[in-house]
Design a protein around this ligand. Structure first.
Ligand SMILES: Nc1nc2c(ncn2[C@@H]2O[C@H](COP(=O)(O)OP(=O)(O)OP(=O)(O)O)[C@@H](O)[C@H]2O)c(=O)[nH]1
Length: 201
């Protein structure tokens, strides 16, 4: 599939969100998890800024995904949400996030899939567990994506996957690397399946 991503806008408040017309895929994760790198690897461009100072983004960045000629209407939106778990002053996700994030996750009608990014090199984290529980309670479809898998050996990958599945209480996890491209094909297939299902509803 040929994908022509187009940066749309950076939205700081619900009034600025794109109109709810096409399926959206949310990218969520702790600061420094490799979210921007994954977005860039999927989009095949340098649209998402890879940051040296973690935890900067406080807005939602929307990317329009054009499947076909760039002039055609976009088929999908990627929503890049602010990272959590970095600010030292507060422990819970909600107090670190801008006020509109939780309502976005619970109420946005066309949100087809939440990608919960975790670092495959770091043991399961309480804040990730909290997010997964929050999304499950909101009846959101979610997939856990473990980033930076290239830093692990074959055995290490299997061990990390098992540990994360157990710690985060999920049946499966997609192991990916933005550096090598490992797992990205499976991730695209998962995204497209969720978007197709959302369109069919
Ligand atoms: N080895 C390896 N390093 C990665 C990979 N993805 C990201 N990194 C590194 O991890 C660090 C953080 O990457 P970012 O993509 O900026 O992470 P982020 O989650 O967008 O960070 P915030 O903007 O703080 O939320 C950078 O030093 C990246 O080079 C990967 O697949 N493999």
């Amino acid at each position: 599939m040929q994908v022509f991503p187009k940066f749309l806008l950076s939205a700081f408040a619900p009034a600025q969100f794109p109109k709810p017309e096409i399926p959206e895929i949310a990218f969520l994760g702790r600061s420094n998890v490799g979210k921007s790198s994954l977005l860039n690897a999927l989009l095949g461009s340098k649209q998402a800024k890879v940051s040296s100072t973690p935890g900067r983004t406080r807005s939602i960045n929307f990317f329009a995904i054009h499947d076909g000629p760039q002039k055609a209407a976009p088929k999908l939106l990627f929503a890049d949400l602010p990272g959590y778990g970095y600010a030292k002053i507060s422990k819970s996700i909600s107090s670190e996030w801008p006020k509109f994030i939780e309502p976005y996750l619970t109420d946005r009608p066309q949100l087809a899939l939440c990608l919960c990014l975790v670092d495959s090199n770091i043991p399961p984290q309480e804040s990730d567990m909290q997010l997964i529980e929050f999304l499950a309670n909101a009846n959101r479809r979610l997939v856990v994506v473990a980033t930076k898998a290239d830093r692990l050996s074959g055995n290490g990958r299997a061990k990390a996957k098992a540990e994360l599945c157990q710690g985060l209480n999920v049946d499966d996890i997609l192991m990916v690397s933005s550096k090598t491209g490992a797992g990205l094909k499976d991730l695209w297939a998962t995204i497209q399946a969720a978007a197709a299902e959302e369109m069919a509803e």
